[in-house]
Write a protein that binds this ligand. Structure first.
Ligand SMILES: [Zn+2]
Length: 339
């Protein structure tokens, strides 16, 4: 099959690799119908040391079940399914406690920008979709694999409800879907911090009430000005750089919550009086997307939400290297790959 491999920073190639095969009786093989490039794929795209051996890429996909291991219950060959970016048994104690990304038999997908994917723990991972391969809903359904569930996780972890004021930091796909999620959970005031107008316009469509284009101290001052000097109850941080975390500390209201879903690119940050003195809560992490699919799927099927609007470019598998380039240069917000 053809698959995407990264050989180092800026070096993405599509090459022939062996087809995946069933390895465990709990596995399935899925023929990928749609996959996409994630903002988090850009981190290795910037930093990966050059290597003679390519690393497979991709963790978001939906597709058709081709093969099932002997112990996989509840799935049929030929079914269209979506997978969360992490696989899990969905039965262990961590899964039952709602942290599927810490499953005792789980792990993360990393081979999805390809024609076929081996899915471990298929029964606990794959969710059957009641639509066909030609459904116009596929882009929105694909966001259930990661970005929508991740934005939703940020809002859930921050206890967003109709009484919560919210700041979202970052106008990438996750930030925009954190806006959508906060709105869905009832938030009336949602301040989106981002400086790319086409993206913040989509954020307004998704429910943002204010846009702050300034960053750093200036951005903090602007959010405080918009909130009577106090900041917002919830801050959903969807970037991952230390600057964004410091911005979050600057705009969160006393007693509030900073919920991070941007993969942190730093190990150290302020934890002293600035946080302690104001009774702040810091939460967030890799989203247990599987936990949210059942909750979010009906809205997508009914068309009450259209998270798939974050895709602003569609390409074929062979064009994936250019898709990385386009997302890295911010020419594209999120790139959909049609296999
Ligand atoms: Zn588990």
């Amino acid at each position: 099959m053809r698959a995407t491999l990264m050989y180092g920073a800026g070096d993405v190639r599509v090459e022939e690799v062996p087809d995946p095969v069933l390895q465990e009786p709990t596995d399935a093989i899925v023929r990928v119908v749609r996959t996409c490039i994630c903002g988090s794929d850009l981190h290795p795209y910037h930093t990966m040391p050059a290597s003679g051996q390519g690393s497979p890429m991709g963790h978001e996909f939906l597709g058709v079940v081709e093969e099932l291991g002997s112990e996989v219950a509840g799935l049929k060959r030929g079914a269209l399914v979506v997978a969360p970016f992490a696989f899990q048994d969905n039965t262990c104690d961590f899964c039952r406690e709602g942290v599927q990304t810490s499953c005792r038999h789980g792990g993360f997908f990393s081979t999805a920008q390809a024609e076929f994917v081996r899915v471990p723990q298929a029964a606990g991972t794959l969710v059957t979709l009641p639509v066909g391969e030609d459904s116009p809903l596929l882009p929105s359904l694909l966001t259930l694999a990661d970005v929508y569930g991740t934005g939703y996780h940020a809002a859930k972890r921050a206890n967003v409800d109709p009484r919560t004021t919210v700041t979202v930091i970052g106008d990438g796909a996750v930030g925009l879907l954190a806006v959508l999620s906060a709105r869905q959970l009832g938030a009336q005031r949602i301040i989106l911090m981002g400086r790319h107008k086409a993206r913040t316009d989509l954020g307004i469509e998704f429910g943002a009430t204010d846009v702050v284009a300034e960053r750093g101290e200036e951005g903090i001052a602007r959010v405080r000005e918009l909130t009577g000097g106090d900041g917002t109850h919830a801050v959903l941080e969807a970037v991952g750089y230390r600057e964004a975390y410091e911005q979050a500390l600057g705009v969160v209201r006393a007693g509030g919550v900073i919920s991070r879903v941007g993969v942190p690119q730093y190990e150290e940050g302020p934890l002293g009086w600035g946080m302690f003195g104001r009774n702040l809560t810091l939460t967030g992490g890799p989203a247990p997307v599987r936990a949210y699919i059942d909750e979010l799927l009906p809205g997508v099927l009914e068309g009450t939400v259209e998270p798939g609007k974050v895709f602003d470019r569609t390409i074929g598998l062979d064009e994936v290297p250019d898709g990385y380039r386009a997302m890295d240069s911010r020419e594209a917000l999120k790139v959909l790959v049609r296999i």
